[in-house]
Design a protein around this ligand. Structure first.
Ligand SMILES: [Zn+2]
Length: 993
């Protein structure tokens, strides 16, 4: 037989595009349209409905950037349409090539009840089926003219990303606004042809099934009268029933489709717009659930649910009803889909506490699946936190974005730093916006690494970020793919049902140990430094606020600010969202974040101050409060004392220029260039720095990645570097040394001081560079094959060498408060008060192998915020020669938690609520229980990666000790003397006697 395959395939495409799809809505009449442009920020629904609109015609320009326009559409169903299905087609000026990220609308009835959202691929509103004819139609559309930030070509700098700089020129032209007949038979024919055509394209060209599909499609096209598609669609469908009813082969891959809309809590739009995006999508999904009995939708991020509840009660009522059916499913159990590299231990834990508690309180649902499809890598501390929150499974697809190495599993056990293993699934469809296309499903099956042992994978299905979620077309396709020869078999189901099947079929999955490092987006550890600093400060202040407020409550009966702390925690957790803390949002988001963090700091300092004053009493004797877990200057961790500190540093001029700083532990030489050329550990009798090299060296690199400017730094940035060695000034400043430099359009001032065995460096940069990367380097005379970075409730090791592509790909990585390198018996820590990115490399010089630690200070990408990081920044770092891991942990806390001096009565001394007799065991939280019982909650962990046996001593009467999970729910009997395994995390509830 002659091979006419390409001819038939081309015919299918043209006839579908030009004749069949247009026949879905064969008859239409225009609606009358009027519009009112809200003058500023979005207005309440009632105000939008009550406004007096002006007429507007299709084709007219509308929509200033970030504006809100209320359209009113009115009309009447023609009498001759009686008995037919009628829809309103409302095109705000959508670009269907981009399923979100542009203008959007939410349709209301005149009484203010929401109907559904309008999105680029979801422009219809059902008017009636069947209609009587003559019905009056009146609908209102709250339309948001959000600008396209990520357009074609991508990653171009734009000032549209902030309302203050976006201008007022209208962005959109109103499209078709019609009443139209909906021909369901033609629409079903489109679905048949798309499913079979897409499946055919994925089958082997020499396979029987492919040719059977081709011939059936050809017969269907023959049956279509191109002048009367509507009259012949049923006959065309009849030609396809045979191939559509042929069942999937027994070994077919099984796909659990989960309706989803990945909605970034802020990204290329501000937080306030996400509130509306979520309402539009939830409206679409509750409507779709009513129409489609098999469909299941999952929505993550408790914050987004809370927004609906607070801001759109009419949508919330529908959501609550849909949740009760079991088909609108809370997913994830976190407050937001956060970054997991940078959030500190307690913050990571509270993501789960507040997320899970919301779903438990509102719906009685305690879900066990962590849902993080888009997060930029996963810290190895996370498995233990997931387990301690009472969850046990994780889903992400993001690691498929890695550019160097292909991850070897899709279903596996992920083992964290303490040995906790979490059942983990990476959807092999490699997207969180699956559209049920044949190409995606075939990719999922081909890509699935665990085939042979496992057969199930999950496909998050629907458009996110303003795409409106799952469409009726995706549901129609899934119905045809339930059991279809040649295709994976598709079933709608909640994430929990998928995981149950996946676990059951795969009793011994492979194990991946350690972090899930994303080989991309490494610059998110540095971009938008003030957002990162705001996060770190807030985390430290929250620790102090809980600690001192709990201490004051137990000691003095002062009220504990439950509601205030709950609200502030949720604010900080929201800002850990995976485009805010990583610095990848528009200027508007980061401008607001800076202001929010300032307000958070003011409020928390107020709580701390009130508590400390209550504890200190009245008087003028200085009391020193130590909020860190370890004792310092004679003040116990979590306590306060009067101290008369004796600290000294000898400062003298250095031969050859510069200065020497010396105390009883450390001698540091700073040369005439302001560089540290020696840091001598007097206790160990050992030089810290690599011979002939200088530390505290600022290095400037060009930094223009191939794409994703705020997200990415590409490895070639290292090829070019400028060492900033010229100083404008090197002078004494009290008992420290001040160094000033200028470079490009920027300047930097550093102050170097000694604090015990630590060299402290305060760096103030007035940063006005573009597309540059600023690093601070410390070449160390340490031979180390690996180094430790602090992570949640412990630390993780990475290689200093690049033997394999996996190690080479980690050329920029995350730490919390410290990195640590060591030879047996002697090590060095570098601690920081607010930076996360770093790189650590090895070199061989005259004296042997050395290790260079470099801290990432600032970048200056121009997309999506063209002014990223411009202005003044302050960072504090400290070099700690002779440090063990335990010292690194302690100094990391100290640099983030400066002591506070409060005047009080002469006799006042504050005993810590809890004392621990082993410094390896670190208390991360002391607080009153969230249930307001007055019980004291204490959380602690083994911090050095070894065994510890510790006794906790409360300084208040305790009636009972109960072990709990992170949500403070009892898990068993607690004890005050206990053995901890490496990095083990424990939460105890101490009931007060
Ligand atoms: Zn995202």
């Amino acid at each position: 037989m002659h091979d006419d395959r390409k001819l038939v395939e081309a015919r299918l495409k043209r006839v579908l595009d030009e004749r069949i799809r247009p026949a879905v809505h064969p008859d239409s009449v225009p609606l009358e349209v009027a519009v009112w442009h809200a003058p500023g920020e979005p207005v309440p629904v009632g105000e939008g409905l009550a406004a007096a609109p002006e007429p507007i015609a299709p084709g007219a320009a509308w929509g200033a950037p970030w504006g809100t326009s209320w359209f009113t559409v009115t009309g009447a169903v023609p009498a001759e349409w009686a008995g037919r299905t009628v829809e309103a087609l409302l095109d705000l000026g959508f670009d269907e090539n981009m399923p979100g990220f542009q203008c959007e609308g939410l349709v209301y009835r005149p009484d203010g009840s929401p109907v559904k959202g309008l999105n680029p691929r979801n422009q219809w509103v059902r008017v009636g089926s069947p209609v009587e004819g003559g019905e009056r139609v009146r609908l209102h559309i709250e339309a948001a003219s959000n600008p396209v930030i990520l357009g074609v070509p991508p990653f171009q700098p734009t000032h549209l990303g902030d309302k203050e700089t976006a201008g007022a020129a209208p962005l959109y032209r109103l499209g078709r606004m019609d009443l139209a007949v909906f021909d369901e038979t033609v629409w079903q024919l489109v679905m048949d042809l798309e499913v079979l055509g897409e499946l055919m394209a994925e089958l082997p060209a020499d396979g029987t099934r492919r040719w059977e599909l081709l011939r059936a499609l050809e017969r269907a096209l023959d049956a279509v009268d191109l002048q009367d598609v509507n009259g012949t669609a049923a006959a065309a469908r009849a030609e396809l029933t045979g191939v559509l009813s042929s069942p999937a082969v027994p070994s077919a891959h099984r796909i659990s489709a989960v309706g989803h809309a990945h909605i970034d809590s802020a990204w290329l739009w501000p937080l306030r717009e996400t509130v509306r995006k979520v309402a539009r999508t939830a409206s679409n999904m509750t409507a779709l659930l009513e129409d489609e009995p098999d469909f299941v939708f999952a929505m993550s991020q408790a914050q987004q649910w809370a927004w609906i509840k607070e801001h759109r009660p009419e949508v919330w009522a529908k959501v609550v009803k849909a949740v009760a059916t079991g088909r609108f499913v809370p997913a994830g159990g976190m407050w937001v889909e956060s970054d997991t590299n940078m959030p500190g231990s307690e913050a990571m834990a509270r993501q789960f506490v507040h997320g899970k508690r919301f779903f438990i309180d509102e719906f009685g649902i305690d879900n066990e699946e962590v849902w993080l499809p888009d997060t930029f890598g996963f810290a190895a501390g996370l498995p233990q936190i997931i387990k301690a929150a009472g969850s046990k499974r994780l889903l992400t697809q993001k690691i498929s974005w890695s550019r160097t190495n292909t991850f070897p599993h899709h279903t596996f056990l992920w083992e964290g730093i303490d040995g906790t293993r979490i059942f983990t699934h990476f959807p092999p469809v490699d997207t969180y916006n699956c559209s049920m296309s044949g190409r995606e499903l075939a990719h999922a099956e081909r890509n699935f690494k665990d085939k042979g042992s496992a057969r199930h994978s999950l496909a998050p299905t629907g458009w996110g970020d303003g795409g409106g979620g799952t469409t009726r077309e995706m549901v129609a396709k899934a119905a045809r793919l339930r059991d279809l020869e040649g295709s994976p078999a598709v079933t709608w189901e909640p994430p929990a049902d998928f995981f149950a099947k996946a676990e059951a079929e795969y009793p011994n999955p492979p194990v991946w140990v350690g972090e899930l490092y994303l080989e991309l987006h490494r610059a998110t550890l540095t971009s938008q430094a003030k957002t990162k600093q705001g996060n770190r400060r807030s985390e430290s202040l929250l620790r102090e606020a809980e600690l001192w407020a709990a201490t004051a409550a137990v000691r003095t009966g002062a009220p504990y600010p439950y509601e205030q702390l709950d609200r502030i925690w949720k604010t900080v957790l929201l800002h850990q969202f995976h485009d805010i803390l990583p610095g990848s949002s528009i200027a508007w988001v980061h401008r607001e974040a800076r202001r929010t963090y300032e307000a958070v700091a003011a409020e928390l300092n107020g709580i701390i101050d009130t508590a400390q004053r209550a504890l200190a009493g009245t008087g003028d004797r200085e009391l020193v409060f130590n909020g860190a877990p370890h004792a310092r200057h004679g003040v116990p961790g979590g306590g306060a004392r009067s101290v008369s500190g004796v600290r000294w540093t000898e400062v003298r001029e250095r031969d050859g220029g510069g200065f020497v700083l010396e105390n009883d532990l450390l001698r540091v030489e700073i040369d005439a260039r302001g560089l540290v050329v020696s840091a001598y550990d007097l206790t160990a009798g050992r030089e810290t720095l690599a011979a002939g090299q200088a530390a505290n060296l600022l290095q400037l690199h060009p930094d223009f990645p191939n794409q994703w400017d705020a997200w990415d730094v590409d490895e070639f940035y290292r090829n070019t570097v400028t060492d900033l060695v010229t100083a404008d000034e090197v002078s004494l400043d009290g008992d420290g040394v001040r160094v000033r430099r200028s470079f490009g359009s920027s300047s930097v001032t550093q102050v170097l001081t000694l604090d015990g065995g630590r060299l402290d460096i305060l760096t103030e940069v007035d940063w006005h560079e573009t597309e540059k990367f600023l690093k601070l380097a410390f070449p160390l005379d340490v031979r180390a094959d690996r180094y430790a970075s602090e992570s949640q409730y412990g630390h993780t090791f990475r290689a200093t060498h690049t033997n394999t592509s996996w190690e080479a790909a980690k050329f920029e990585a995350c730490n919390h408060r410290f990195v640590h390198v060591e030879e047996p018996g002697w090590g060095v820590a570098l601690v920081n008060d607010s930076t996360y990115g770093h790189d650590i490399t090895r070199a061989v010089g005259g004296s042997g192998t050395t290790t260079t630690v470099r801290v990432s200070l600032l970048r200056a990408p121009r997309f999506p915020d063209p002014e990223t990081d411009q202005g003044v920044h302050r960072f504090r770092h400290a070099l700690v020669p002779g440090a063990t891991i335990g010292d690194a942990v302690r100094e990391g806390y100290f640099i983030n938690l400066p002591v506070r001096q409060v005047p009080g009565t002469a006799s006042a001394e504050v005993e810590p609520l809890i004392t621990v007799d082993d410094d390896a065991v670190v208390v991360t939280a002391v607080k009153l229980a969230d249930d307001e019982s007055g019980d004291v909650i204490v959380r602690f962990h083994e911090s050095r990666g070894g065994r510890a046996r510790a006794t906790l001593t409360p300084s208040f009467p305790v009636a009972e000790v109960v072990a709990t999970d992170l949500l403070e729910r009892p898990t068993g009997e607690g004890a005050l003397t206990l053995s901890l395994r490496p990095f083990e995390l424990v939460t105890l509830r101490l009931k007060r006697a």
